[in-house]
Design a protein around this ligand. Structure first.
Ligand SMILES: *Cc1c(COP(=O)(O)O)cnc(C)c1O
Length: 239
């Protein structure tokens, strides 16, 4: 194995152990939790190594970086998740490679995603990104819809051709009443998921938890954790 492959294999094993331990503590089956490796800022060569190590789900947050990476890795059996704030002018590109968009947070984006999914003849899975730090405009600092906006947006996605409503996603907020309280934020997300599933029983994905707080997310009931740093290393600069 190359040095990088050894390093990624060791990190991956450690993260899988953390997930398994969190599942054991919560009395959950580890197969209920899917690890999504967030490969943003890292090269396609790392994605290829991860695929060789058995990773099936990867996530990116910027289309400019993700599109060429996905193209370079199009021979690999990977599901690409888009997890960043998404402008409507990038939707056509994102629909070209992403099987799931986890950052759906406004009606205009739903319309654009639906149009491009139909045009491409693809079905795109959608998670509604929930913002627990939403301001008066109902939007979060880093995107996301306020809890009060979930129902309306969910109905829109469910009725949109080419889209499939898969569930909810959140990022533990840095501001507002849930700042520094990821367990409380993830617990609230689970309650919102329970509400959502009354009207949309198949929308059972709950994407929460990152390198620093995956244990809290698993304890709360997350079905998907999104881990970058703990697998790939600390990102240079912002990302
Ligand atoms: C970067 C990112 C992650 C991963 O964060 P780490 O702390 O590196 O594990 C998860 N979710 C989203 C939306 C991200 O942008």
């Amino acid at each position: 194995m190359t040095d990088r492959k050894n390093e990624l294999a060791a990190h991956l094993a450690r993260v899988q152990e953390r997930i398994a331990a969190a599942c054991a503590a919560a009395g959950r089956d580890p197969r209920e939790v899917t690890l999504i490796v967030v490969t943003k800022t890292y090269p396609a060569s790392d994605v290829r190594i991860l695929s060789g190590l058995g990773v099936r789900d990867v996530a990116e947050n910027r289309d400019q970086d993700a599109a060429p990476k996905a193209a370079e890795c199009s021979d690999l059996p990977l599901n690409w998740h888009f997890v960043g704030q998404l402008q409507t002018n990038k939707v056509r590109s994102v629909v070209g490679y992403a099987s799931v968009v986890q950052s759906v947070d406004r009606a205009r984006l739903v319309t654009a995603l639906s149009k491009e999914a139909v045009r491409a003849g693809r079905e795109v899975g959608c998670l509604l990104q929930v913002a627990f730090d939403a301001g008066a405009d109902g939007r979060g600092e880093r995107g996301g819809v306020a809890p009060e906006g979930i129902e309306e947006l969910a109905d829109l996605v469910a009725a949109a051709p080419g889209l499939r409503l898969d569930g909810l996603m959140t990022v533990a907020p840095l501001t507002g009443e849930y700042a520094g309280r990821p367990a409380a934020a993830f617990g609230r997300l689970m309650d919102l998921s329970t509400d959502l599933r009354r009207a949309h029983p198949a929308a059972n994905m709950v994407s929460a938890g990152m390198s620093a707080d995956l244990e809290q997310a698993v304890a709360a009931g997350a079905t998907h954790v999104r881990v970058g740093t703990a697998v790939l290393g600390v990102r240079p600069g912002l990302g």
